[in-house]
Design a binder for this molecule. Structure first.
Ligand code: A2P
Length: 332
């Protein structure tokens, strides 16, 4: 990739798109230009992200003629339609949607885990599901230490995962409830303010949701663990932008708390934040706008052989989406 590469953000006006621009600028990504693309609805609007400013253009196939890298965060349908158009025009598509993640010809990359997979791309590279990326920041270093066999995960997912409209909905519902008014729901089937929804993405015939299966399928692919077993329950919570997870994991080898703590602390994607005696543990607010995910509450699991229980919080818009994509672009 050229040092002065031209990079475009598809879905630049969205919650993730704006964070991609912010991170590219803050991390001094070596590009000659950052271009903002969205739907025809936003074309011509001026988009401002901190000091950065640009005019939004409509995303059409020919925009990729002028780009070396396009980071997609505009939903699966847009990715399915346009990422192959980018690849055809020699522009590498880094895709935040689930459209290509399980495609065998598309690498699914978490730079702290499988950066070498980037080299195998044929024009499209997939960014993982947000909960999966954040969970693996805690689980992968433990896998390296003890060998992961299976895990049980309950997620506490922020509304940022459903985009700008969902963040606005949580804000509006909260204001409405404090004013004694009815909380109108449109993004979710029920009010999210002061509530919990055990429902992220659509339901499948076996009773799980698509989101719950992503942890299993994407976890297997990223860590190259085809026999990994995962049971997951995904819950949407009234938090603006960082996801949290409770994880109970079983390992091949006997576990040791000191080794587990050191493994987390020395891993590039996570930091140990685990001093229960001082009430110190990761929370979504503490891990908003943090590049590393926080891991705490590490203890031996009483119900599993060689098991550990842990708690993770990480910024959904950053490690869960924009940061991971920008890290992939940096590898390119
Ligand atoms: P637009 O603002 O023009 O609707 P979020 O996930 O926060 O809701 O953001 C979704 C992003 O995807 C927005 O930037 C939105 O642009 C963009 N988008 C939606 N549909 C398309 C499309 N057909 N082509 C390009 N971008 C799209």
């Amino acid at each position: 990739m050229k040092k002065d590469c031209r990079i475009g953000i598809i879905g630049a006006t969205g919650a993730v798109g704006q964070e991609i621009i912010r991170l590219l600028v803050n991390r001094k990504f070596p590009c000659s230009e950052i271009k903002a693309y969205a739907s025809s609805r936003s074309a011509g609007n001026v988009l401002k992200v901190d000091e950065w400013e640009g005019v939004v253009e409509e995303t059409t196939p020919d925009v990729f003629d002028d780009l070396d890298i396009a980071i997609f965060s505009a939903g699966g349908d847009t990715s399915k339609a346009l990422a192959p158009e980018a690849a055809k025009r020699n522009c590498v598509a880094i895709d935040n949607s689930s459209a290509f993640r399980m495609d065998e010809t598309v690498p699914l990359v978490v730079p702290e885990i499988n950066p070498e997979a980037v080299k195998e791309h044929q024009g499209i590279i997939a960014n993982p599901n947000c909960s999966t990326a954040i969970a693996l920041m805690g689980v992968y270093p433990l896998h390296l230490a003890f060998g992961l066999k299976r895990m049980f995960v309950s997620t506490y997912q922020a509304v940022s995962g459903s985009g700008v409209a969902a963040m606005k909905e949580l804000e509006n519902q909260s204001k409405a409830l404090f004013s004694g008014e009815k909380a109108e729901a449109s993004v979710y089937p029920h009010p999210i303010a002061f509530n919990l929804l055990p429902h992220v993405d659509s339901f499948l015939e076996d009773g799980y949701t698509r989101e719950e299966l992503k942890m299993l399928n994407e976890g297997r692919k990223i860590m190259n663990l085809p026999d990994l077993k995962v049971s997951c329950t995904c819950v949407r919570v009234p938090v603006f932008r960082a996801h949290s997870m409770s994880i109970n994991a079983e390992f091949e080898k006997p576990v040791d708390l000191e080794i587990a703590r050191n493994a987390i602390q020395s891993f590039s994607g996570s930091e140990l934040f685990d001093n229960p005696s001082k009430n110190e543990y990761p929370t979504p607010l503490a891990y908003t706008e943090k590049e590393k995910c926080g891991v705490g509450r590490i203890r031996k699991d009483h119900a599993l052989d060689n098991g550990l229980a842990l708690w993770i919080s990480g910024d959904q818009l950053w490690k869960g989406a924009a940061l991971n994509a920008v890290q992939i672009a940096e590898i390119l």
